[in-house]
Design a protein around this ligand. Structure first.
Ligand code: 26W
Length: 824
């Protein structure tokens, strides 16, 4: 079986070794004798980059020449991770690179490991954007990503004495994957005021004047597809002081210091990614980031459209703009402003173009994550946009009033403006009103938005404005790159790597479930992946873990709704149970390694307390010789994309245990199952569809159903008595007895359950959680059956590819066609 299913071949005489040596010696001006791993990385990256550039240019030329409808994916986050391995696999010369590097004395894994993650995202939403880009390129869609070029990505997490510390992530030095386009700049306005004037034709017009100007500079990143020549573009905007006359005047006037201060103020706009996941804080700088990026992107899109000299009415036939959550909602207002203020279109004509062009994806129902901006803030920063928002709202409410006469409650519920003090602009309402389609990211989630937060809008617009596109992951990164041995074994059985571009072909694996040799190899690969993780744990934490134990993993952002606290309470329960056992009983215990990883938002106290508890439990349990190998607890520092690539293939079991109805989809659940891990989870997000696909005998589900959550919460607060689960009570006793250090450190955690209404239903679900873990242990004892579950699950994961996701967006929301490069 050939290692790569790529149809595009490069001439054999241009093997990467020659090229990387040339780059080391000339571009980097290093001699081969003092070439370290880092220089080897740079040389290899530059060699592969050369290949990408050629195809990238061709793709862009072809897309320009062909001039068909394009997709623009607007996302404030792109969690790309590393690029070199991906580039090697896409270009199809990883084996040659491995050999070339070996000749020079390097292991390819070490060289790949030199690369700094591009971590321009928080979690699920950002990584989804990265997977979607991969699929759009692979499927030859003419598509661009637009984002911000943060100087600092998500912070690096260090654990010091069991506490999370945040360290800045400066990642831009020597980044070979970005191309500054100093010639592509856009002047972005802020503040100022609106002037009304009468145009020559007598029409009343508006202009935005006396604004401050900040310059946006484009930086482009190539996005190669797999098995295709298509290489799309990700354009990231960086902020810079405008180099207009104004500044020169300051310099000339001798006001050097103030000119430099202006420069720095302008640069802060793209300086840092906000590290909150699912929490909105209403900071002015964040609003500036959003407008800066939306305005620059729209200017670019409009400029490209205008080159084609088409009528404005054709704009929606040429352009589909997808909003990744509400973060880019100002793009809707900005397009309306351009059309009416600059291009002179009538309001209705413009608004029709706007709504046909935009689609909005919702990623969360958590009220604290729904964006709202205060009216005074908008008034000050974007005065003209606020006027347009008020007008959009006025026309919208007039329509609502006609359809629902005398329903004042309805009007106040759906209004874009919340009548609070201060008044707030509800960005989700604006996004719905300004788009032709709104989608959720898993079936349950899409149903929930229609029946809860956006219910009124379903009544107003009818159900067709709302749709579901269940999330996926790219099998290139999450199977082929992260788990190359499993990918190769599957290819051997299926007779090639076609499954990487048609994941439904995995179903052919089911025929081999009972194949003895296949099973053994499958198990062997999982063991090897676990061994690698065990070594990493030893190196980084000093703790030795038994690689034959059940590896139980929960890695994701730390959040109360994701319930890492439920997991760690369960671990404590397990510890207490083992401690109470006789030597005879202990012989029957299935050894376990509980592995945690994830970042807490720096200001999220409760999440930080959870991290602290996990680390304290880890210290106590791992140093308890009496328990030994039966239980180990590990916190992996600084969880990120490249660590996920190592961790996901090494799990026996992973935890996706959010309170039902709170996790919109989840995508790591898919990554774990695709690498042959089983899941313990709640009936939430995509877990439900995973269960439908792989079969309920292959997943460990537990806990309250979404439809029962509300009533339980109500009972906690208004019921006669609130009694916590008896086993959980014992766990709390242990914590309060200072078993894991000063109990005071963790009182917020126990109080949240015992005294503050247990909003996340930790106590309600504790018993079924613990019981289900007992079932996991029993199942793991039967290794053959466990293996059968693992193989069957992988075979049935075909649905969860972002290739399927992209085709659904293309058909039901964007109405775009693929365009192959190298064909006419
Ligand atoms: C304004 C602060 C803020 C920042 C980020 C609010 C909300 C977000 C994101 C929308 C949170 C997020 O990442 N949501 C996740 O999106 C994934 C991709 O669809 C889903 O799989 C996760 O379930 C969802 O939590």
């Amino acid at each position: 079986v050939p290692m790569f299913g790529r149809s595009v071949e490069f001439p054999a005489d241009s093997l990467p070794q020659k090229e990387l040596v040339r780059h080391i010696e000339t571009t980097l001006a290093r001699s081969l004798y003092n070439c370290d791993e880092n220089a080897a990385y740079s040389g290899t990256a530059l060699a592969f980059r050369d290949r990408l550039i050629i195809e990238w240019n061709k793709t862009q030329q072809r897309q320009t020449f062909n001039d068909q409808k394009r997709v623009y994916y607007l996302s404030l986050e792109f969690l790309m991770g590393r690029a070199l391995d991906n580039a090697m696999l896409n270009v199809g010369l990883k084996d040659a690179a491995r050999d070339g590097l070996k000749d020079l004395g390097f292991r390819i894994e070490d060289v790949i490991g030199q690369e700094h993650d591009a971590a321009l995202g928080n979690g699920g939403l950002g990584r989804l954007a990265a997977c979607l880009l991969d699929s759009m390129a692979t499927l030859n869609y003419p598509a661009w990503g637009y984002g911000l070029r943060y100087r600092y990505g998500i912070f690096k997490q260090e654990i010091v004495n069991g506490y999370q510390m945040e360290v800045p992530d400066y990642w831009l030095d020597n980044n070979p994957w970005e191309f500054p386009r100093h010639e592509i700049t856009v002047d972005i306005q802020f503040y100022g005021c609106v002037r009304k004037y009468q145009a020559e034709n007598g029409k009343i017009m508006h202009s935005w004047e006396d604004a401050e100007i900040v310059q946006a500079v484009a930086y482009d990143v190539p996005i190669p597809g797999y098995g295709t020549k298509t290489t799309n573009n990700l354009r990231l905007w960086s902020s810079k002081a405008s180099s207009g006359e104004f500044d020169f005047q300051k310099f000339n006037a001798g006001d050097y210091e103030s000119a430099v201060a202006d420069e720095q103020r302008a640069e802060t706009i793209s300086a840092v990614l906000y590290p909150n996941d699912n929490l909105e804080r209403g900071k002015e700088l964040r609003l500036k980031q959003q407008y800066f990026w939306c305005a620059a992107s729209l200017y670019d899109i409009v400029r490209r459209f205008k080159k084609s000299k088409r009528a404005w009415s054709e704009f929606p036939d040429q352009v589909a703009i997808q909003l990744n959550d509400t973060h880019p909602t100002l793009a809707i207002v900005e397009l309306q402003r351009i059309l009416i203020d600059t291009e002179g279109l009538e309001w209705d004509e413009a608004w029709n173009i706007v709504t046909k062009s935009f689609g909005y994806t919702n990623h969360t129902v958590l009220p604290e994550a729904l964006e709202k901006w205060s009216v005074p803030l908008l008034q000050n920063l974007l005065p003209r946009h606020l006027q347009i928002i008020y007008d959009v709202n006025l026309y919208f409410l007039q329509i609502v009033e006609k359809r629902f006469p005398n329903d004042r409650e309805m009007l106040s519920r759906v209004s874009i403006i919340e009548e609070s003090h201060p008044k707030m602009v509800r960005m989700a309402h604006l996004a719905i009103i300004g788009s032709h389609k709104v989608n959720g990211v898993a079936e349950l989630h899409s149903d929930l938005i229609k029946t809860t937060i956006f219910k009124d809008f379903v009544e107003i617009y009818g159900p067709d404005r709302f749709t579901n596109v269940t999330n996926g992951i790219t099998p290139r990164r999450w199977l082929h790159q992260a788990n190359p041995r499993l990918s190769a074994l599957i290819a051997e059985k299926l007779g090639g790597y076609e499954f990487l571009t048609d994941l439904t072909l995995l179903d052919k694996l089911e025929a081999f479930v009972d194949d003895k040799k296949f099973r053994t190899e499958w198990a062997e690969i999982k063991s090897a992946n676990k061994l690698r993780l065990a070594r990493y744990i030893k190196e980084t934490t000093g703790f030795s873990v038994n690689p034959d134990a059940l590896f139980d993993v929960q890695v994701k952002r730390i959040h109360e709704y994701k319930r890492q606290q439920l997991n760690i309470f369960g671990v404590i329960h397990r510890y207490l149970t083992i401690k109470a056992m006789s030597a005879e009983e202990r012989k029957k215990v299935v050894p376990r390694v509980s592995i945690f990883g994830g970042k807490a938002a720096p200001g999220y106290w409760m999440a930080k307390t959870v991290i602290h508890l996990i680390n304290k439990v880890s210290f106590v349990v791992n140093n308890d010789a009496d328990v030994g190998d039966l239980l180990k607890v590990i916190f992996i520092e600084d969880y990120n994309v490249s660590k996920a690539e190592m961790i996901c293939p090494a799990s026996d079991l992973s935890e996706h245990i959010s309170t039902a109805g709170t996790e919109a989809s989840g995508t790591s659940n898919m990554k774990f199952v695709l690498s042959g891990g089983l899941i313990i989870g709640t009936c939430d997000g995509a877990n439900i569809e995973i269960t439908r696909e792989i079969g309920e005998q292959n997943i460990f589900l537990f806990g309250t159903l979404a439809e029962d959550v509300e009533e339980l919460r109500h009972r906690h607060v208004y019921g006669q008595t609130f009694q916590i689960d008896s086993q959980l009570a014992k766990v709390f006793e242990a914590i309060k007895g200072n078993m894991f250090g000063d109990a005071g450190d963790f009182s917020a955690l126990t109080a949240s359950v015992e005294q503050h209404g247990d909003f996340y239903l930790v106590s309600d679900d504790f018993n079924s959680y613990v019981t289900t873990h007992e079932m996991v242990d029993e199942a793991f004892k039967n290794r053959e059956e466990w293996l059968a579950k693992s193989i069957t699950s992988v075979a049935r994961m075909g649905f969860f590819s972002t290739d399927r996701v992209i085709n659904e967006y293309a058909d039901s929301i964007w109405n775009v066609e693929p365009l192959e490069v190298g064909k006419d």
